[in-house]
Design a protein around this ligand. Structure first.
Ligand code: PEP
Ligand code: MG
Length: 585
């Protein structure tokens, strides 16, 4: 009889970044090397897996020999010797034997065994701290990557092989991994790194999956233990390992309550968002994945305030979406949003949202690099397909095209020139489109905010992206859980900036909305209305709550309150003052 190990229940406190409750079995993945999962194997699958690993080793050795020959011939013997050092690992019984032993004893896939063994040996190398050992460590890392590539070519393990509900435990999570994994039988995420406005967090919310971040060391701990039952409580920021029966029962009851509440929200979303002094506010939907539009309609959104088209690229990667694929999705968005507008943002790739294989750019500091409109203008051949599809879709509704990360006027002008060009092309081809579509920009870079009076003459609308505006204005990485305290939407500087952007838009007579996560926080609604905003865009499921908050407020009362906030010294004082002046409701 096998021994049953009893584990005591353990509760870990992290940062709750996406609400909800997920109950499942932990599956560890490492995004440092991409697409790497820990797949538990059945007893009878172990022999085949060892064989698969041996084939990968043979293939890697063959490829390395070829590479060495080529480099020797073209670049010289000295460089070619680098590959000799790497090849040693492929003949090293200690390394290969340890990987095989791990596959057998832990009953895991070969990729995971290679990854864990590499990590184990590297830790030993690192402890020695000598230059030649460091080189060995780098060689090992390279050869391990090579092996992983070969294994992938042999036969890729998929998460869908696993039965039942899965909680993803990861050291880090890129937005593209979040999209792909969220589509499998995943019920929650427990992650080491990431802040409230990280894109992977935003995706977890789009998929309606709970996420807790800031769980330092969880990946390493759980990767050493197979099949750990886990509860992810995204609302309280808790992750519970080996939950006791009564705790499980309590959380299951809470899950049912949440489902009931979601249904109630549908009817709450039907009312309009009109303040006590009769001012109408448009509460629109942020859409990341096209199917979310159904929720947008169900929860009563007044159109699409932001469609992040980059996820279309991320999902299709390494292929590029075709013009017809773009067109079908844009048409669906426009028709569902009608009679309201659908604001479709041209792809905001770059930064951390790199569709790796398509756009891969190697930058020291990608968040300040070739991102958003910069990447768009740098790769016109890719962008033209999107633009053609947008224009062709324009006949199906009220299309507003929006450009991300604009920091200088010239970017808008260059875009307009492309737009005119593509319009002329479609005209020549006899394809119908609307000329009266609106062109606007995200205001999310401080330089754009500071010249918003000038930019307002160049475009038809603004949408304020506070996620990035706060990041760039306050110099806080939105993905970094160590500086969440400094990520302050209520910083008086931010309030000043918002007032300035809205004032400049209104003076120029153009529409202005706010689509950053700040719009989704009910505590911020008074501030945003007080700044003069009348359009907010939030995740579909949050539309009813924000509408409800709008109905409790009176804009006449808010303007002077916000004016005072802009003169207070700290975000904490702003918050305390708001509490006193407005209260909870
Ligand atoms: C923003 O920056 O506020 C925004 C809405 O865009 P994203 O979160 O996609 O960067
Ligand atoms: Mg942004």
């Amino acid at each position: 009889m096998s021994e049953v190990i009893q584990h005591a229940m353990e509760t870990l406190q992290g940062l709750g970044v996406a609400d909800g409750i997920g109950i499942g079995t932990a599956v560890c993945i490492s995004t440092r090397v991409g697409d790497l999962y820990q797949i538990p194997l059945p007893e009878e699958g172990v022999g085949d897996e060892v064989e698969r690993f041996r084939q990968a080793v043979e293939q890697a050795a063959r490829e390395l020999r070829g590479l060495r020959l080529k480099v020797g011939r073209n670049l010289g013997e000295e460089l070619a010797r680098i590959f000799d050092a790497q090849a040693l690992f492929l003949a090293d019984d200690a390394f290969l034997g340890r990987v095989e032993e791990r596959i057998r004893s832990e009953r895991v896939n070969a990729e995971w065994a290679v990854f864990e063994t590499t990590r184990e040996i590297q830790a030993r190398f690192d402890a020695l701290d000598a230059a030649h050992i460091r080189e060995r460590s780098e060689d090992l890392r390279d050869i391990s990557r090579h092996l992983l590539r070969c294994l992938r070519g042999l036969q890729l393990h998929q998460l869908t092989e696993l039965q039942g509900d899965i909680v993803i435990v990861a050291d880090d999570l890129t937005p593209s991994d979040a999209v792909r994994l969220g589509r499998a039988n995943v019920v929650g995420f427990a992650i080491e790194h990431g802040g409230r406005t990280s894109h992977s967090t935003i995706i977890a919310r789009s998929l309606n999956l709970p996420m807790v971040t800031g769980l330092e060391g969880i990946h390493r701990r759980l990767s050493e233990r197979p099949e750990v039952p886990v509860i992810v409580d995204g609302t309280a920021g808790l992750v519970i390992l080996y939950p006791e029966e009564e705790v499980l029962a309590r959380y299951r009851r809470q899950q049912l309550d949440l489902e009931r509440q979601a249904l109630e929200l549908v009817s709450a979303g039907k009312v309009s968002a009109i303040t006590r002094d009769d001012v109408e506010v448009a509460v629109m939907a942020n859409i990341d994945l096209p199917e979310e539009i159904d929720d947008g309609v169900r929860f009563g959104a007044a159109g699409v305030g932001l469609y992040r088209s980059e996820f279309l690229y991320i999902e299709r990667s390494p292929e590029l979406p075709t013009e017809e694929e773009h067109l079908a999705i844009y048409r669906r968005l426009l028709e569902s949003a009608a009679p309201h507008p659908a604001i479709i943002r041209t792809y905001d790739l770059g930064g951390r949202k790199i569709a790796r294989e398509v756009m891969a750019t190697h930058e020291e500091n990608p968040v300040l690099g070739l991102r958003g409109i910069r990447l768009t203008l740098a790769r016109p051949e890719i962008f033209r397909t999107q633009l053609r599809a947008l224009l062709r879709a324009s006949v199906h509704g009220d299309l507003w095209i929006m450009l991300p990360l604009v920091s200088i006027v010239d970017e808008v002008r260059r875009f307009r020139a492309c737009l005119d060009d593509v319009m002329a092309e479609l005209e020549r081809e006899g394809l119908p489109f609307r000329r009266d579509l609106k062109l606007g920009i995200m205001v999310e870079v401080p330089s754009a905010a500071l010249i918003s009076d000038i930019l307002a003459r160049e475009v038809d609308f603004f949408s304020i992206g506070t996620n990035d505006l706060i990041q760039y204005a306050m110099a806080v990485d939105r993905n970094n859980e160590h500086v969440t305290d400094l990520y302050q939407p209520l910083h008086p500087g931010m309030i000043r900036m918002l007032r300035m952007i809205v004032r400049n838009a209104r003076r120029a007579g153009i529409a202005v909305s706010l689509c950053g996560e700040m719009a989704a926080d009910e505590r911020m609604t008074p501030v945003l209305l007080g700044c003069g905003l009348r359009r907010l865009s939030v995740a579909p499921r949050l539309v009813p709550a924000i509408k409800g908050r709008v109905r409790e407020l009176s804009t006449r009362q808010l303007a002077p309150i916000v004016e005072h906030c802009a003169d207070l010294p700290t975000a904490q004082e702003v918050e305390a003052y708001l509490q006193r002046a407005i209260g909870e409701g």
